[in-house]
Design a protein around this ligand. Structure first.
Ligand SMILES: Cc1cc2nc3c(=O)[nH]c(=O)nc-3n(C[C@H](O)[C@H](O)[C@H](O)COP(=O)(O)OP(=O)(O)OC[C@H]3O[C@@H](n4cnc5c(N)ncnc54)[C@H](O)[C@@H]3O)c2cc1C
Length: 281
């Protein structure tokens, strides 16, 4: 049985341009205009997982994103990695979405795609990082969903054996398809894109769907569908004093200890002071 696999990818600001990201003081919305984006790093682990499943069972991989028009570049990159087709959900009506409206809009795009067996999301994004979208999407689509997946074993084409990370350990699951998996970075190592992949990606199908293309309720889209309201946005007033200490390492170590003691840190006096100095050297 060939698998229909969907991978949700989110374009996030290129870390090299983080200092250019700002927040509109009135609307509290992130201003990202003109800032280049990359595929959210863990979403590449999702693409890799999808490619490995496809290799075992055959099928199709569709990458989908809800984002402004320039996200076609990110989708082309996903196609160059090996995905078969791409869908961009893009419309002013989707703007200002919180996680609930984002996951709702994605669910409507996925419903329009039709049958699916596995959906991959990243466990969390590098910018918003709420880690909510994967589970919310699973709920909208009414399929079993697991989060923080770091191991997938293929039982057969109807069931996957999946391990998820939890605090201080892990859990093992048998999950029936169709399902949604929120992938962790430890799941795999995403492959590099080959020159052939880039050439092939140019001819792979990439569709843009607007508001009118989705069978969705207006009040659940964009700002209107976003119960999250940012109260206040401010830059924390962190004042730090800095001082450069110079001299031989052991003298610097003594000065640091002196200053920490003066600041109230309880550092016991040790007979063998070399132990402390040894660490500092
Ligand atoms: C009041 C408010 C207003 C906002 N306004 C804007 C705005 O105007 N413009 C804006 O860009 N953001 C806006 N955001 C941020 C936006 O809500 C988040 O970017 C989005 O909901 C995803 O949340 P996250 O990054 O925390 O996802 P997470 O849950 O951390 O992401 C997990 C995974 O979900 C999937 N995923 C997440 N988002 C998408 C997506 N868009 N497409 C495909 N897959 C996805 C990916 O697989 C990702 O790895 C706003 C947020 C709030 C609270």
């Amino acid at each position: 049985m060939a698998l229909e696999i969907i991978v949700c990818i989110k374009p996030v600001p290129d870390p090299q341009y983080y200092d250019k990201v700002s927040i509109d003081p009135v609307t509290k919305i992130i201003t990202r205009a003109g800032i280049p984006t990359i595929i959210n790093p863990v979403d590449k682990n999702s693409i890799e997982a999808a490619l490995r499943l496809k290799k075992l069972y055959g099928g199709n991989i569709t990458v989908i994103t809800m984002a402004p028009p320039n996200a076609v570049e990110n989708l082309r990159e996903a196609l160059a990695m090996g995905a078969d087709k791409a869908v961009l959900l893009s419309d002013r009506a989707f703007g200002g979405a919180d996680t609930l409206a984002t996951s709702y809009t994605l669910s409507k795009g996925i419903e329009k795609l039709g049958h699916f067996d596995v959906i991959f999301c990243g466990a969390e994004s590098a910018d918003g990082a709420t880690a909510q979208v994967a589970s919310q999407l699973g709920e909208w689509l009414n399929v079993p969903h697991l989060w923080n997946v770091f191991n997938i074993e293929n039982q057969d084409e109807k069931t996957l054996r999946v391990k998820t990370k939890i605090e201080n350990g892990s859990m093992e699951w048998k999950v029936k398809l169709p399902c949604l998996l929120g992938t962790s970075r430890d799941l795999n190592k995403p492959r590099f894109i080959s020159a052939m992949g880039i050439i092939k990606a140019k001819n792979k199908p990439l569709q843009v769907w607007e508001r009118k293309d989705l069978d969705a309720e207006d009040e659940r889209l964009g700002l209107a569908g976003s119960p999250t309201k940012a109260g206040a946005v401010f830059t924390p007033d962190i004042k730090r004093k800095s001082e450069v200490l110079s001299g031989p390492a052991d003298e610097i170590a003594d000065k640091i200890i002196e200053k920490l003691r003066a600041a109230g840190v309880n550092i016991p006096v040790v007979d063998n002071a070399c132990a402390i100095k040894g660490v500092s050297q």
